[in-house]
Design a protein around this ligand. Structure first.
Ligand SMILES: Nc1nc2c(ncn2[C@@H]2O[C@H](COP(=O)(O)OP(=O)(O)OP(=O)(O)O)[C@@H](O)[C@H]2O)c(=O)[nH]1
Ligand SMILES: [Zn+2]
Length: 339
């Protein structure tokens, strides 16, 4: 609803609620300040945000295998799952977060009003899961790759359900080779073999990862196998859901038994289907980069312009024609979005 359409009474109510909130936060903060000064909080410690519910955070300790419920000082901006923080433990076992570490990167998602909101931070790799069945389309993989490139977080391709591959590997082998030649790591998995996740374990160890991909490719199945303490995981989710309607969709950080972390939420899994602009799409095709800026016209849109460096590269085989077709297709879909 636009601001103009609010009645005076509605506006007054909203202002009153906001003022009450601010007053409450200030009271909290004054209390914190008193407690901090009185030494009711322990020394500063490092931690990482495991999950958050508004200004209440679950913070993982870097030195112990447990988490602490913390709140956030009023002078700090909202934190997201994966943020590194400095926090202090209170005498009652809860804590207060006093500072946020620099973010390496942040993953954003549009909220209900279409505005981008951060959902997770400090991610080392985006695992783009696709499968033998439902069959992986190059264009969809490219779309995920472009979205990943726009975040600056390195993508990894995970081909799941390789137990369903025909003997000769079919057309998928060719496709995988294309991405490997571009420099993208490719991992193949199957949740149906005892050792089907070995390569994936290696890729995940020591890093913070997120899984994204189309419905039905096996993300849940993979994550269930990676986090064998499933009962615990589901328990956590259901206890969260009792606290409110939106909490189940907030991202959560899981410790992988072999080392490394996984950040997961339904919103993160859908990543890739976000809106991108033309420049992001063009730069998201990494093999195009060396040709950009070399077209005859500075504002070349690489359609049919004479002297286009991209078209020339396709012509002499330096850019794969299917990748270029995919590029065009993604750009056309952006035009549709605008209509
Ligand atoms: N043959 C085979 N089937 C698999 C494999 N991994 C998952 N599946 C099956 O694929 C189907 C979809 O798996 P899910 O794990 O629900 O897929 P998802 O990506 O989480 O799907 P959404 O929850 O819709 O996003 C299920 O019937 C799984 O049993 C695999 O490696 N091989
Ligand atoms: Zn051009």
């Amino acid at each position: 609803m636009s601001k103009r359409k609010l009645s005076r009474q509605q506006r007054w109510r909203i202002e009153k609620i906001q003022a009450e909130r601010a007053a409450r936060a200030a009271r909290h903060d004054a209390r914190d300040q008193d407690k901090l000064e009185a030494g009711a909080y322990g020394p500063e410690r490092l931690g990482r945000v495991i999950a958050h519910f508004g200004r209440t955070l679950e913070v993982g300790s870097t030195t112990e295998d447990r988490t602490y419920r913390c709140h956030l000082r009023a002078n700090l901006d909202a934190l997201v799952t994966g943020d590194h923080v400095v926090w202090r433990e209170g005498s009652d076992g809860s804590g207060v977060v006093v500072a946020r570490g620099e973010r390496d990167n942040v993953l954003e998602r549009p909220d209900a009003r279409g505005q981008l909101k951060p959902v997770a931070a400090n991610i080392d790799q985006i695992l783009i899961v696709f499968a033998v069945e439902p069959v992986a389309y190059a264009n969809l993989i490219d779309r995920y790759l472009v979205a990943a490139e726009a975040t600056g977080i390195p993508p990894v391709l995970v081909l799941n359900k390789i137990d369903l591959l025909p003997e000769d590997g079919g057309k998928l082998h060719e496709l995988l080779q294309r991405y490997e030649m571009l420099g993208y790591p490719v991992v193949t998995t199957s949740t149906q073999h005892a050792d089907g996740l070995e390569a994936l374990h290696r890729q995940l160890t020591g890093r913070t990862s997120v899984f994204v991909g189309q419905s039905g490719v096996g993300k849940s199945s993979l994550i269930d196998r990676l986090l064998p303490d499933e009962a615990l995981r589901i328990g956590e989710l259901s206890s969260d859901s009792r606290k409110g309607t939106h909490t189940t969709t907030t991202a959560r950080l899981y410790q992988l038994p072999a080392g490394g972390e996984l950040i997961d939420s339904p919103g993160i899994r859908e990543f890739g289907l976000v809106h991108l602009d033309e420049r992001q799409v063009t730069e998201g095709f990494i093999e195009f980069r060396e040709f950009l800026g070399h077209c005859r016209f500075r504002d070349c849109r690489h359609r049919s312009e004479p002297g286009c460096a991209l078209l020339a590269a396709v012509e002499r085989g330096a850019i794969h024609p299917e990748r270029f077709a995919s590029y065009r297709q993604i750009l056309d879909s952006l035009d549709d979005d605008l209509r």
